[in-house]
Ligand binder design. Structure first.
Ligand code: SF4
Length: 371
């Protein structure tokens, strides 16, 4: 049993019609009881909610402050490899792209970690392309103990794995797995994923079940905004989150809302999501789920990131590189995508503090619950 069976029962065509036929009354009703209610989430994501974004933003900011205080979790991605055995037409790491390929060895990994530690981070997100043989379970079993010696919180955004492989990595200190469905529209998914194991929509959709069953503490969901109708994709992610929270109540969850960015050989977004649309989505999710971590990466511009901070964001990256070895020796030929916010960590922190936020560099310590 996984979300795949639940997903098959969701009437997506009807929900799409419902999204675009919502009324102001539906939105006002949703604002009365938005928490945990998928019909309310639908109304808050609909075009009819646009005149209510200011109200949603005020409530979202208050709820976020109530639950998370002034704290903002800081993390940094550490790209370990840009090898990939898939073709995704929106990503610079696609196997068909003529790109310099690199996988970090132990020494290179240590050098990258030293720089990240030196910048004050204690939470790291290991990222790689999806290449089972060269950057698969054996590679991560070799590298995780090294990473865990340096960082108290270890998250991964790599290829989907089996439950058994996740279990092996949990034993080595894995705390969190980010696994983005990209789009919940199977036909659109098929158009954008033309080669490799990632073509298997259902296997990816069932991955958070395997991650949770293996005992990973935190799971991150995400959709790549721009591939299809963002309102429907966001709503489907809400359904996925709702299913996972009911079934795996010990697990913590986060969401990411990346918009398509330019990259080598990449496509133009089919659907442009405006800044206001992004605000609407963040606030809709905060009203729907008050425990949820919402991440914001350096894909967005400095001005927008600063403005979004108070509205519902709880985790943020700063000073990121999107290439393997990029902290030690930047080489733009290795990038996954272009970043928009290229401020240093210090600059981002100064701005956060000016806005009254408290940057938190340590996310979690497993001993706090077992010791
Ligand atoms: S999105 Fe992931 S799987 Fe697709 S090409 Fe990029 S790194 Fe590979």
């Amino acid at each position: 049993m996984s979300f795949v069976a639940e997903f098959a029962k969701i009437p997506r065509d009807k929900l799409l019609l419902d999204l675009y036929s919502c009324t102001a009354q539906d939105v006002e009703r949703a604002l009365v009881s938005p928490a945990g209610d998928l019909r309310s989430l639908l109304a808050l994501l609909s075009p009819a909610a646009e005149p209510y974004i200011e109200t949603m933003a005020q409530r979202s900011a208050a709820l976020t402050r109530q639950r998370f205080g002034a704290n903002l979790g800081m993390y940094l991605p550490l790209y370990v490899s840009n090898l990939c055995a898939n073709d995704c037409d929106y990503c610079g790491f696609s196997m068909s792209n003529k790109l310099k390929r690199k996988t970090l060895n132990e020494l290179e990994l240590m050098a990258e970690m030293a720089i990240i530690k030196d910048r004050g981070f204690d939470s790291v997100l290991l990222v790689s392309g999806e290449h089972e043989t060269k950057v698969g379970i054996d590679y991560f079993k070799q590298m995780l103990p090294l990473v865990k010696q340096q960082f108290s919180h270890l998250a991964m955004e790599v290829q989907p794995m089996s439950e058994d492989h996740y279990r092996q990595l949990v034993a080595l200190g894995l705390d969190a797995v980010m696994i983005y469905q990209e789009t919940y529209q199977p036909e659109t998914y098929a158009r954008h994923h033309s080669r490799g194991k990632k073509m298997d929509f259902a296997y990816r959709l069932a991955t958070p079940d395997r991650v949770a069953a293996a005992g990973v503490d935190k799971i991150g969901l995400g959709v790549l905004l721009g591939l299809d109708d963002w309102r429907l994709d966001a709503l489907m992610m809400g359904y996925h989150l709702d299913y996972l929270e009911r079934r795996y109540w010990r697990t913590r969850f986060s969401i990411s809302l990346p918009r398509l960015r330019p990259c080598t050989g990449g496509i133009t977004p089919k659907v442009m999501l405006s800044d206001l649309g992004l605000v609407q989505m963040i606030c809709a999710f905060r009203l729907f789920n008050q425990q949820l971590d919402i991440s914001m990466s350096t894909r967005e511009s400095p001005e927008l990131r600063d403005n979004l901070l108070p509205l519902g964001i709880t985790q943020i990256s700063a000073g990121s590189s999107t290439q393997p070895g990029g902290y030690q020796a930047p080489d733009s030929q290795l990038d996954q995508f272009e970043i928009s916010d290229d401020r240093s960590v210090e600059q981002v922190i100064e701005q956060m503090q000016r806005q009254g936020f408290n940057p938190v560099f340590k996310d979690w310590e497993a001993n706090w619950i077992t010791g």
